[in-house]
Design a protein around this ligand. Structure first.
Ligand SMILES: Nc1ncnc2c1ncn2[C@@H]1O[C@H](COP(=O)(O)OP(=O)(O)OP(=O)(O)O)[C@@H](O)[C@H]1O
Ligand SMILES: [Mg+2]
Length: 277
């Protein structure tokens, strides 16, 4: 059994920063016939503007449930969620849709692109929903920023997996969201395409200050972020800063055994004795 890490008290400097995500005691219970499934059991989490965070944890631990709530795609059963200071738990469906479209860019494991639509059109769509003008120019710029300037007219079937994911990232970016949420964005990609996606996320985070939160099962990918949050059985069991995050594409992937050992040491045993319960 791992010992549970107690949350560090926030420092005044942290308090002064702006929490983009401020989650207080959220739970999520799904009802399956007569059986209640407790997917989240009281999660407290603050994520500040400009952070680059990965969420890890075993299958079924509540990662996607949490991401869907953070993305205002779903509501918690109890608890409060403040997104940029706005209590999302109180918003109507149409207000939620507006918040999603304006503030959040989503990237999914399975890309979620329209089959018969060119890359350029896919990226224009969120701009259409938002009623923005100059759509083509903005969509082109977003595709160029992910290195797909030469693939704008391609359909998803005419693109590699990594390229499809980059179209999805361009689509998430085009409305200039404050935050990108991604549920296993590298899960379906080979390691080279995964690295390309990480390079894009790191660049967006460092150069444009976009807050990035994503789920990964891959400890090596998690080491490229600045903070790792571990979920288990619907609880946050560890929340740890990454010492010396890796720069995507600049180091070799170590053996699986080494990287597991390192991340577990950091996340579970990294703190001082008194930080454990
Ligand atoms: N719509 C639903 N109805 C009922 N139970 C659900 C629903 N969605 C998720 N669950 C249950 O809630 C728990 C958390 O699921 P969740 O999808 O958040 O896990 P996860 O950490 O994302 O797992 P994975 O790594 O496999 O994607 C699981 O026990 C799951 O079976
Ligand atoms: Mg999931």
């Amino acid at each position: 059994m791992f010992k549970r890490l107690r949350r560090q008290p926030s420092t005044p400097a942290e308090e002064a920063k702006k929490a983009v995500i401020d989650v207080r005691g959220i739970t999520k219970t799904y009802l399956m016939g007569d059986i209640e499934v407790q997917a989240l059991r009281g999660v407290d989490l603050q994520i500040y503007a400009g952070e680059f965070v990965s969420i890890m944890g075993p299958s079924g631990s509540g990662k996607s449930t949490l991401m869907n709530i953070l993305g205002a795609l779903d509501q918690p059963s109890s608890g409060e969620y403040y997104l940029d200071g706005v209590n999302v738990s109180r918003l109507s469906e149409s207000e939620l849709a507006r918040v999603r479209n304006k503030k959040i860019g989503f990237v999914f494991q399975s890309f979620n692109l329209l089959k018969r639509t060119s890359a350029l059109r896919q990226v224009e769509l969120p701009l259409m929903y938002a009623g923005v003008s100059g759509r083509q120019k903005k969509a082109k710029a977003a595709l160029e920023s992910v290195g797909l300037g030469a693939r704008m007219d391609h359909l998803p079937s005419e693109l590699s997996g990594g390229q499809q994911q980059r179209v999805a990232i361009a689509r998430a970016l085009v409305n200039e969201p404050a935050m990108i949420l991604a549920d296993e964005p590298t899960g379906n990609l080979d390691s080279r395409s995964g690295t390309e996606v990480m390079q894009i996320f790191q660049r967006l985070n460092r150069e444009q200050g976009i807050t990035v939160v994503f789920v990964t099962h891959d400890p090596w990918i998690a080491r490229h972020t600045n903070r790792v949050i571990m979920l288990r059985d619907g609880n946050i069991i560890a929340d740890q800063a990454v010492k010396n995050p890796l720069v995507a594409g600049e180091s070799e992937r170590p053996s699986l055994a080494d990287e597991m050992e390192e991340i577990l040491q950091d996340a579970y045993y990294g703190g001082k004795e008194e930080e454990y319960n």
